[in-house]
Design a protein around this ligand. Structure first.
Ligand code: FRU
Length: 477
């Protein structure tokens, strides 16, 4: 029988997103166990059901048939054994084997991090294995007891592999393990190693194998700011290259590149579907921030990004919104294709959730204001290859740790191309931008009530095509 936590206070849903996953109440961080099992998408998450701040971790669980409507399935993992009862059940992943769904995750007993396994026959109730599958004695060489976490499983031919973040003396590594049965794991080698002194480890590693380049994904703690890049305290990155699973190596073709240029994107995790697509979802939030739904006591904090389809083409990472998500924006209810200069308020009803498509010449400039009211607006500005996002005046203020720059202004450079094509997804408390199907910027916002206008302008004047698609909630299946 599942133990459920109840709350006396009903959450305030003013900022509850319409097409992003949140927990019914409490705090969430990293996506975990993203998988497709028994014809449903499953998404678990780091969860503190007892408050709107990080605490001893559980795994919350939701399922969906369309990646838009998420059904809450309660708590999948509780911190209730001697292997996880200090700080809880940390991040991990899921994989199907012989019809069962396996979760591999990090347990945090007192002053240690070890890898554990739980199994389910129905995708809802999980039974924990009695012993760790990778205990302290099987840690990667040179790793510390308290920095070994976030196993991500993948399958290649008949073998399972797991990439796990760990320290390496004073530096850090991504360790590769292999197993035939998910229970007996053997260390192969680090596939990524930084032996210089670092502040923190690589968190939540992931490895996607494709027919062209493989993709190594990880989140770096305490990233150093580099011009307009790496403006958050921790950042998620990817490298394209070739994985050699037998010998345990990854040969990158490029320096690590920031996955998303926004203020709210961390710990992404992928799953590869039976139809061959790879979907990715990330925590749309950032460590060391004051989150309005938490300080306004709305009863919940944190959400996931919309799932993205990722792939590699011509040495480039392609990122597109999942097609299931796109089908929730079925009809264009307003469009313009004209020379824009003076500010123009779009004549659209604004249900708080919509998608805007904008196309212009690459060397043009324009400004889009979203969730605009008397006292607030969020600004997206494009100027000849630079896209910027400003939420200084968006609504309830988001302050952040002094360790990273201004949490409210972000910029990204877009490589020259003939056109600029933007997809802008707005929900009640977030804006995600996809530029030319490659780069993205994800940000949360907490607009004041009645700030429902959208406007477009261009100081220099620009030929712009804009289409507006309201979000239409389809009934849950
Ligand atoms: C990343 C992370 C993981 C860890 C989890 C704890 O955001 O720090 O490394 O497993 O969060 O909640």
């Amino acid at each position: 029988m599942k133990k459920e936590y109840t709350r006396k206070i009903k959450p305030n849903d003013t900022y509850r997103p319409l097409f992003h996953l949140t927990a019914p109440f409490g705090w969430i961080n990293d996506p975990n166990g993203f998988s497709y099992y028994k014809d449903k998408y499953h998404l678990f998450y780091q969860y503190n059901p007892k408050g709107e701040k990080w605490g001893v971790m559980h795994w919350g669980h939701a399922e969906s048939s369309d990646l838009v409507n998420w059904k809450n399935l309660g708590i999948a993992l509780y911190p209730d054994t001697r292997y996880d009862n200090f700080l809880g059940c940390f991040s991990g992943s899921a994989i199907e084997k012989d019809g069962s769904l396996y979760l591999m995750y990090t347990g945090v007993p007192f002053l240690s991090q070890i890898q554990l396994l739980a199994v389910s026959e129905d995708g809802v109730n999980f039974t924990k294995e009695s012993k760790p599958v990778i205990g302290s004695s099987k840690r990667p060489p040179h790793s510390g007891k308290f920095a070994f976490r976030d196993p991500k499983i993948l399958k290649h031919n008949d073998t399972f592999y797991s990439v796990i973040g760990a320290s390496y003396n004073k530096g850090r590594q991504i360790a590769l393990y292999k197993s035939k049965d998910l229970r007996n794991w053997f260390f192969i080698s680090p596939i990524k190693l930084e032996s210089i002194k670092t502040k923190g480890i690589f968190e939540c590693p992931d490895l996607v194998l494709t027919d062209t380049d493989d993709i190594l994904i990880y989140s770096i703690m305490n990233t150093e700011t580099d011009g307009i890049r790496y403006q958050n305290i921790h950042s998620s990155v990817y490298e394209l290259g070739k994985a050699d699973l037998d010998n345990g190596s990854f040969t990158p073709k490029n320096e690590p590149l920031e996955f998303d240029a926004g203020s709210d994107f961390y710990a992404p995790q992928t799953t590869t579907l039976p139809d061959g697509r790879t979907l990715l979802v990330a925590w749309m939030q950032m460590w060391f921030r004051k989150i309005p739904t938490s300080y306004l006591s709305h009863g919940f904090a944190g959400m996931m990004t919309i799932p993205r389809e990722i792939s590699v083409s011509n040495n480039k990472l392609i990122q597109k919104p999942a097609r299931e998500v796109l089908s929730s924006f079925p009809s264009c209810t307003f469009s313009l294709s004209e020379f824009v200069s003076e500010e123009k308020v779009l004549p659209v009803a604004h249900p708080g959730a919509h998608m805007i498509k904008i196309s212009s010449n690459f060397d043009s400039s324009f400004t889009l204001h979203i969730h605009k009211g008397d006292a607030c607006y969020t600004e997206i500005k494009y100027n000849n290859g630079f896209l910027s996002f400003n939420r200084e005046l968006s609504g309830h203020y988001i302050s952040g740790s002094k360790l990273c720059g201004n949490p409210n202004i972000r910029q990204m450079e877009i490589p020259p191309s003939s056109n600029l094509d933007l997809l802008v997804f707005t929900d009640k408390s977030s804006i995600e931008i996809f530029a030319n199907n490659t780069q993205t910027m994800s940000n949360t916002i907490y607009p004041f009530p009645d700030s429902n206008n959208i406007s477009i302008s261009s100081e220099e004047g620009a030929e712009i095509t804009l289409e507006f698609y309201p979000f239409i909630k389809t009934p849950s299946i």
